[in-house]
Design a protein around this ligand. Structure first.
Ligand SMILES: Nc1ncnc2c1ncn2[C@@H]1O[C@H](COP(=O)(O)OP(=O)(O)OP(=O)(O)O)[C@@H](O)[C@H]1O
Length: 224
């Protein structure tokens, strides 16, 4: 059975009396352990797709299934709990908290979730080492380069050991070499931690380096 599926999903936005149909009857199965890139023109709906897949946004029609169970049939509190437990997010901007160190930023979701300080810090430190930032744990976001800050954001997305990692243009603000480094880390995390990952990118070369490639166009997702 697929780990994550979306079935006949529709999503539209209404703005100033106009309707924009962004996802039109999208169905897709994602198996545990897959590493997938998604490309598509600006405005094609990639972020919308990722938000629905990640349960941040409900579809207008259709279903999102995790392990065969319909996520949006749960109530809002249950969906939020499911999301925190199951899905890690990385966005184009790192959204690190400026007044906290890299270590504190990475540990934050675990501190909030588990109210258990010591193991959280140990694992946060391990993750920072994994992303090559063992020597930057005490730096605040303003004292990190863009690529380093994005690596901290990746470590933070992993701290609750999610089954799924969703990354929305994680390299969009980075130079190509630094961007390639982030993609390499995503490949490492997928391979070593067994995390299923979907990565939206504008970079065709990086997209092609992923084992499975999707394209979003005309409200539809196809294999690319
Ligand atoms: N909250 C919203 N209200 C109204 N329209 C929206 C909203 N969010 C997105 N849209 C529209 O939906 C379409 C898809 O947006 P989305 O952000 O998913 O595209 P994208 O493929 O991620 O684009 P980009 O690559 O530029 O980030 C766009 O035309 C956008 O203008």
């Amino acid at each position: 059975m697929a780990l994550l599926s979306i079935r006949n999903v529709f999503k539209s936005y209404f703005l100033h009396g106009k309707r924009i149909d962004v996802l039109r009857d999208v169905s897709l199965d994602i198996n545990a352990g897959e590493l997938i890139s998604m490309i598509g023109a600006s405005g094609a709906g990639k972020s919308t797709f990722l938000h629905v897949l990640g349960t941040l946004d409900a579809p207008a029609a259709g279903e999102v299934l995790f392990d065969g169970k319909s996520v949006f049939s749960m109530n809002d509190a249950e969906i939020a709990e499911f999301r925190n437990r199951t899905i890690g997010f990385v966005f184009q901007s790192h959204y690190l908290l400026p007044e906290f160190t890299a270590l504190e930023n990475v540990a934050m979701p675990a501190l909030i979730q588990r109210k258990d300080r010591t193991p959280s810090y140990a694992y946060a430190r391990e993750l920072l080492e994994r992303v090559g930032l063992g020597s930057r744990v005490d730096h605040r976001p303003g004292e990190l380069s863009g690529g380093e800050a994005q690596r901290v954001a990746l470590a933070r997305a992993l701290v609750l050991k999610p089954a799924v990692l969703l990354a929305d243009e994680p390299t969009g603000n980075l130079d190509p070499t630094t961007g390639e480094g982030i993609h390499q880390l995503l490949r490492d995390v997928n391979r070593d931690l067994g995390i299923t990952a979907v990565v939206v990118t504008h970079n065709e070369t990086l997209a092609r380096s992923m084992p499975r490639r999707l394209r979003l166009a005309g409200g539809q997702v196809s294999e690319a």
